[in-house]
Design a protein around this ligand. Structure first.
Ligand code: ADP
Ligand code: ZN
Length: 608
């Protein structure tokens, strides 16, 4: 007879707040964490929606420690389990990951520890968890809970669907008394409904945190003649030596951009699904374990990356939707310190995304939905409102103008562009709906090029009617017309523009159009600063160096030793004793005894 897997009233060992303070070294729970932890400890099921960096992990780690038995954490990414486990072991928590890299002997040993109650938390991939052999093993263990991380992977509606997640719906039948918690940062309603249904969480409670990430500064600009130079200027001005992620749409662009950044002297690496497995793993490892590495990647990179001190996420190509944008940019600044979400985009990007939707095999209804998602994304790009407000509106959340996005910091002017739009649209029409923006702008501005002469375009009524704007302004207008769905770009041909049915009301003067006035070349902004007055940058750097040395000795990422916030606190407070050091956030008992002396010495040597 197996021991009754976690009876509802299984004995509680330490109180959650004690565990938070002594093991994790944090003072207090954030937001809904305390409620979630209590609910799980009491044996309830839950769905937790919290933005990246909100602190989801503690929600299941602390109940795993407080409840009797082992906490089983389901995670889709085997490669990243090991980092989670390293981080937990640094805290003195008995954790392991069951995956295919283990030898048979190691696996048997972990299973023995699970049965004997000698382990607190075990990470496992869904396909392994749901094998009959493993489920039978679990029936012989006391279980604290099941945590299903990245729970949106169960949703076919979302963008990270993993079929093996669907099997997890069978858990409650088999283990009716073990609490289950599903966690995700993906916000939208349909995904949430699907998670509840497929994972059978109907009886559970839902905890939905606000979606704002106040420390992330959102910035979006028009692509100039060289997007990569814009990126380079941004990194040099604001993020010299910082870790960051640069997203690109294709593998070829990833390779090209990474190489170019390296030629400019930056420590950039490529990451995409087409790379050799060992290269990919090595690049990810460097990104996690070293300071200041820039990862140039397709969206294949990022899910589950919990490196807390990614200081910027840059998009050189548009993401697929605002959900995707929110999730990708969410990888910046998980530690709560200032971080940038930076993006440039142009007409070609818009055209490419529209084309991808058009050319897909999806049903008409699905395509309409995809076009609507794209419209929301473009609306965000072209907005003159606070970007955070637009983003949060989309997720049915709200905020006041934030003061920490480009449109708040440098308000964007808009102007009545009805006449300009009519000129541009007529010019497209008169030239036969097959020319690209470059030629159309020449015509509007009355240029006397050979091409114009040979085509006879200088004889058209629209030749020279647009001299009131400059070239760049016309580029911006054409981009906005494409973004608004008034013009279509033929991406299979030569980027020729044609009219859409939506133009009619504009051409007839029945619809007014507002354009944003793109800033030409923005003045250098105030740098997003990590260190505030009173913190010693020199000492901070010295402590970072010490941390890196300690991390290398053990082959773990530096942030599992201490986070940047904790180092910044040390640089500011300059603790002189273990007792003073233990007061700082992020310094729990295990880390105090392992690293306390080394850091105190680092601080005193720096002073001496
Ligand atoms: P998520 O999984 O939601 O993206 P994490 O669980 O990785 O977020 O937590 C993000 C960061 O916040 C981590 O560095 C974590 O240690 C820190 N953190 C979480 N909860 C607290 C808390 N109550 N007090 C201080 N720091 C916290
Ligand atoms: Zn704002």
């Amino acid at each position: 007879m197996p021991p009754d897997s976690a009876a509802p009233d299984s004995s509680v060992r330490a109180s959650p707040i004690e565990v938070l303070r002594s093991v994790f070294g944090y003072d207090r729970f954030r937001g809904a964490q305390a409620d979630i932890v209590d609910h799980l400890i009491a044996g309830g099921d839950a769905l937790v929606l919290m933005p990246t960096g909100g602190g989801k992990s503690l929600c299941y780690q602390i109940p795993s420690l407080c409840r009797d038995g082992v906490g089983i954490v389901v995670s889709p990414l085997i490669a990243l389990m090991q980092d989670q486990v390293s981080a937990l072991r640094q805290l003195g928590i008995r954790a392991a990951a069951l995956n295919s890299t283990l030898s048979y002997g190691e696996q048997v040993e972990i299973e023995r520890q699970m049965r004997g109650g000698d382990i607190d938390i075990v990470y496992v991939a869904p396909e392994r968890l749901m094998t009959e052999a493993f489920l039978t093993q679990l029936e012989r263990c006391r279980l604290a809970l099941f945590a299903i991380d990245e729970a949106h992977c169960v949703s076919q509606w979302g963008h990270d669907f993993r079929p093996e997640y669907l099997q997890l719906g069978a858990l409650p039948e088999r283990f009716p008394h073990v609490p289950r918690v599903a966690l995700t940062a993906t916000a939208d309603g349909p995904t949430r409904t699907e998670i509840v249904e497929k994972l059978r969480l109907g009886e559970g409670r839902q905890f939905v945190a606000g979606f704002d990430r106040p420390n992330i500064r959102y910035r979006v600009a028009a692509k100039g003649s060289s997007a990569r130079h814009q990126l380079l200027r941004f990194i040099r001005a604001d993020h010299e030596g910082d870790a960051g992620i640069v997203y690109r749409l294709s593998r070829a662009k990833v390779e090209e951009t990474a190489q170019w950044l390296r030629e400019q002297g930056l420590d950039a690496l490529p990451y995409h699904a087409g790379l050799d497995k060992t290269v990919r793993a090595a690049n990810q490892d460097r990104f996690l374990k070293e300071e200041g590495v820039i990862m140039v990647a397709t969206i294949a990179f990022g899910m589950g990356i919990d490196k807390p001190n990614v200081r910027f996420v840059a998009h050189l190509d548009l993401p697929k939707s605002l959900e995707a944008y929110y999730q990708e940019t969410g990888r910046a600044g998980r530690d709560g310190l200032p971080a940038d979400a930076w993006m440039v985009y142009g007409m070609q990007d818009v055209a490419r995304l529209r084309q991808m939707v058009e050319g897909s095999e999806a049903s008409e209804q699905q395509k309409r939905l995809e076009h609507r998602k794209l419209d929301s994304l473009l609306g965000y790009c072209e907005t003159t409102r606070c970007r955070r407000q637009v983003l949060l509106d989309y997720f049915a959340d709200h905020c006041e103008p934030c003061g920490n996005c480009d449109t708040c910091l440098e308000p964007v002017e808009s102007f009545d562009g009805t006449v300009a739009a009519q000129k541009a649209l007529s010019c497209v029409y008169r030239t036969g709906q097959r020319f690209g923006a470059g030629h159309l702008i020449d015509v509007l501005m009355g240029a006397e090029t050979e091409r114009i002469a040979s085509l006879g375009h200088d004889k058209l009524s629209t030749w020279g009617i647009g001299r009131d704007f400059g070239k760049e302004e016309w580029r911006s207008i054409f981009r906005q017309l494409v973004a608004a769905g008034l013009l279509r770009v033929d991406v299979t041909g030569h980027g020729g523009l044609s009219l859409t049915p939506a133009c009619r009301t504009v051409l007839r003067g029945e619809q007014a159009i507002q354009f944003r006035r793109d800033a030409v070349r923005k003045a250098q902004r105030e740098r997003v600063r990590r260190t505030a007055a009173g913190e010693d940058e020199g000492l901070f750097q010295a402590l970072r160096k010490l941390r890196l040395d300690l991390a290398r000795e053990q082959g773990v990422p530096p942030y599992v030793i201490f986070h940047d916030n904790t180092l910044l606190d040390m640089a500011r407070e300059r603790p002189g004793s273990l007792d003073e050091l233990s007061q700082l956030s992020g310094v729990g008992q295990a880390k105090l005894s392992k690293y306390g002396e080394a850091f105190l010495e680092g601080i005193s040597l720096f002073e001496g």
